[in-house]
Design a protein around this ligand. Structure first.
Ligand SMILES: [Zn+2]
Ligand SMILES: [Zn+2]
Length: 553
């Protein structure tokens, strides 16, 4: 079974389970259960059947299932599942994630034995209580404890958006303590790594350990100790280091920021016993210019002989053009006017709306006549708000690499982001050829979310990315850095190479609502990891420069 299908079935299974927990009506639950069986029994490619409309004709596949399938192939996740997840107690959802338990038993434990979260389940297993419940054994309880341990290890991972929220909360609390003279987030978060499993901080106070109780209190972690990893808000791992004087603070900040290999090579001990008032001083003693935290990675180490130490000058203030966002013309939740107004408030001066194209019909992609309607709407909103709005599109790359509007029709658009939204499981050769053909299309301006990954959910599809990056350079197509915290795609590790050969980049929020416009910040952080400069990013172009870019061929 291919990976797409496995993931889709997992989603349907999870929805069934949550419907059951919610006490939804039996017919609905059975419909999902039946669909699971039907889909697992189909040997044809599901995404193909879905796209051709054939799936809709299969008895037992109703509207509810089809919209889950549509969501999955268009976005890589299910909005119905996300909604259910917000409605059912978190602990119970977690229980179902423990291998070897299964929905029936989880429900039984939840309702009959008050096992409402993992912590209680763990206790229930180790105290011997579980072994006394009908249908369980002592050996089973021990096995379950192993699965719980494995689950916990996995669960500490989070995306950059969730990590940012937690870091903001912790910082807000630390700021209220007068005793703390200096503090900073450190670790992977400070280097803007896209998936974080440990939140690390360094604090400085000359009053020593006496601040510990106050920190325990404001963060609500009675068991917190400096230099020891503890749990924060259930499952997040938190580690706080204490330093009593400034030089120690900056040395600790430098070493805990990492990466491990970077710090091994450039050892902060060179500055021991010297005056240190900032990290810059440490770099001075090392004999190097300052390197921004984001770039302290292996990828930089292997290039350090080039003397390419300069950091990135990217910041949101430099962004003038806001591209690749969706409106309620396709699957966005805000109107064009609302999206553009929010963008203006963020400092953008011109726009390129890129709704979904017709092949993404389940995302309400635009058929030709609606493209013309949208064009009228664009003129109206542009006039009302006094800004330029280019008419863009996020065009689907079909299985053979063609885009889903004809060549003639594509010339109606000012700006084309070409993206893959289906058939992620093609083999490496097919996938590479497919993308190369799309990049060679003379209408393509940007290759959208180039690897198709959804962080912590779906891996990159298999393709020869070196070849794809070369083709982007050769055809003057910008590579997207999709800034959604779920994607952060192109992967920053590939950006180094793309920069070296002189590619252009487009850092886009792929926003489906006004609040998501802000996710562009995650994309900027990722681009900074690769040392990106404003001059390489088409969003930093003036409107005239952008206009020249979209008319280049
Ligand atoms: Zn897309
Ligand atoms: Zn999009």
């Amino acid at each position: 079974m291919n990976e797409d299908k496995i993931n889709l079935l997992k989603i349907i299974d999870q929805i069934t389970y949550l419907l059951e927990l919610k006490g939804e009506n039996v017919f609905k639950i059975n419909a999902f259960r039946k669909a699971y069986t039907i889909i697992s029994g189909i040997s044809e490619d599901i995404s193909e059947m879905f796209e051709s409309g054939k799936l809709a004709g299969v008895p037992g596949i109703g509207k509810g299932i089809l919209s889950v399938v549509a969501d999955y192939y268009n976005m890589g996740y299910s909005s119905a599942l996300r909604e259910l997840e917000s409605e059912v107690p978190k602990g119970l959802i977690e229980i179902n994630q423990i291998r070897g338990l299964g929905p029936k038993k989880a429900i039984q434990l939840f309702y009959d034995h008050g096992v409402t979260d993992i912590a209680r389940l763990e206790e229930f297993c180790s105290s011997g209580e579980l072994a006394n419940v009908k249908g369980f054994t002592q050996a089973g309880a021990e096995k379950l404890l192993e699965h719980i341990a494995a689950y916990k290890e996995n669960q500490t991972q989070m995306r950059l958006d969730a990590a940012t929220n937690l870091v903001n909360q912790i910082e807000e609390q630390l700021r209220t303590l007068d005793k703390i003279e200096l503090f900073s987030v450190s670790g992977d978060f400070r280097r803007s790594v896209e998936v974080i499993s440990l939140l690390e901080f360094v604090v400085m106070t000359s009053e020593g350990e006496s601040v510990l109780n106050e920190i325990r209190e404001i963060l609500g972690i009675p068991g917190l100790n400096f230099g020891e990893t503890t749990s924060f808000k259930g499952k997040t791992k938190l580690l706080i280091h204490l330093e009593q004087e400034q030089a120690g603070f900056f040395r600790k900040l430098y070493t805990t920021t990492g990466s491990t290999r970077f710090v091994q090579k450039y050892d902060a001990n060179v500055s021991t016993g010297k005056e240190v008032y900032s990290e810059v001083d440490i770099f001075n003693y090392l004999g190097f210019p300052y390197i921004i935290p984001e770039m302290r990675e292996d990828q930089l180490l292997s290039r350090i002989h080039d003397n390419r130490f300069e950091g990135s000058d990217l910041s949101r203030e430099e962004f003038k053009g806001c591209f690749h966002f969706h409106t309620n013309y396709s699957d966005g939740s805000n109107t064009l006017q609302e999206m553009v107004s929010a963008g203006i408030a963020m400092g953008y001066t011109y726009f390129a709306v890129c709704d979904h194209s017709k092949a993404s019909f389940q995302a309400n992609g635009l058929r030709e006549e609606r493209v013309f309607q949208q064009s009228e709407e664009i003129s109206r909103v542009a006039e009302a708000l006094g800004v330029t709005i280019f008419h863009g599109i996020e065009a689907d790359i079909l299985r053979d690499g063609s885009l889903d509007y004809g060549d003639d029709f594509l010339s109606n658009f000012d700006f084309v982001v070409a993206s893959i939204h289906s058939r992620f499981s093609q083999n490496r050769e097919e996938m590479t050829a497919r993308i190369l053909r799309a990049v060679e299309n003379r209408h393509a301006d940007v290759l959208g979310h180039p690897s198709g990954r959804i962080l912590l959910e779906r891996p990159e599809f298999d393709a020869d990315f070196a070849k794809i990056i070369d083709a982007c350079k050769a055809n003057d197509v910008a590579l997207e850095i999709n800034a959604s915290a779920y994607r952060l795609d192109l992967d920053w590790r590939r950006i180094y190479r793309a920069r070296e050969i002189g590619c252009k980049f487009s850092i886009n929020p792929d926003a489906h609502s006004t609040t998501q416009l802000k996710s562009v910040d995650y994309g900027i952080r990722i681009a900074r990891k690769a040392g990106m400069k404003c001059a390489e990013v088409i969003n930093c172009y003036s409107q005239e420069e952008f206009h020249r870019f979209i008319r280049r061929k």
